[in-house]
Design a protein around this ligand. Sequence first.
Ligand code: 2M8
Length: 449
Amino acid sequence: MSTGTAADGGAPARARDAGALWRLAVATLDGNWEHDHTVPSRTLYPHQWSWDSAFIAVGLSHVRPDRAWRELRTLFAAQWADGRVPHIVFNPALRAGSYFPGPAFWDSARVAGAPAVATSGIVQPPVHALAAWLVHRRAPSERSRAELAWLYPRLVAWQRYLTGRRDVGGAGLASIVHPWESGLDNSPAWDPPLAAVPADVAVMRAYQRHDTDHADAAHRPTDLDYARYVALVDAYRAGGYRDDGLGGRHPFLVECPLLNTALGLAEHALAAIARETGADPGPHRERAARITAALVDRLYDPVGGTFHPRDLRTGRLVPARTALGLMPLALPGLPARPVAALLAEACSPRFGLAARMDRPLPSHDRTAPDFEPLRYWRGPSWQNLNWLLWRGLRAHHRFDLAAGLRDSMIDLVATAGCHEYFHPDTGAGLGSPAFGWTAALLLDVLAET
Ligand code: 2M8
């Protein structure tokens, strides 16, 4: 049996040899390690990404715990004074032009409160407290307690940023100001709010995209998507990345079910971290309960039986049924009705979750007319969404479905290697062939039976 190598993404190795898969995942993470952090991909994403690093730390905890802590430390060393954790921390050693949009475009150096290292000015879902807790739990030690103690106030400041300055809707949920902040860049969930952002595709003539040098353009967001992404950063940067008065001036403001699920999960994890480090867990538990209640109140549609983003510009829920809507299942305190509805949604032909899955879980409703099996977050299967849902199924005692999803996650890598994303019908590997979180989260599911 060929297990492939990290460099070729471990190309087809159908057999389910757990040892070989484990070695492939470790080799992939080792290959992407870059002195103090792990790059998501050597070609497409050569810097440090925020939520990638959290998922990667979870995987590293199984094999390289020192690196797991280093990963989180490096990211939080780049935290802004207002508590935000930037979605990209740029590696100063890389040549300009290795990624678009790079440091010159974000221009963080000009902003008071930004760190010395160049970063972006937007954020990604706050999955870091959960990651820190899981890294510690894997092998508790004096070292891991010291790391938790170092991270705790920083994680609290990160939560405060999101629940304070970013609570544009005033209902206890954080808003995103850019689709990139959701992590699901071109999800159909963002089509209606994004369509309202004025942009001219011709602006892209002034820039050079690099993603399409490394990935098939037909899989990536379009130039018009990028024109809007650029317009949104322009608007946010022009205001010095300040969040006061966003409601009156920013053209894209949405409450995202995934980001807010992560926000609630973070409070649960912070309660555990507080207990471990001698702080008071009570306020974290209360905040977790409040965030969960606000999610149900603001983003749950009891008629359709799933969660949707709320567009603050229109006040309405975005109708698309994407995998974003399934993510609140990860919250242990989600009430019984939405839990039952999300299980039904996940097991419907839209997503095909089953104790024995015949196809991978898609990122978008596969029965929808705008489902695109090849294009990035508009259909393909992604291991980080699978992993969050897998955790949710276990939290709600659906071990049968959790086992089916875990099998599907392992099959994807056994068939195609550590790809960035996978064809939702065939499981073929798509995007970057040696992708960090795919490798990391595979280690985590392999370790748990
Ligand atoms: C993708 O996003 C970046 C922008 O942040 C890009 O397309 O260039 C997304 O998949 C995002 O979720 C991920 O964190 C990032 C790096 O893997 O790539």
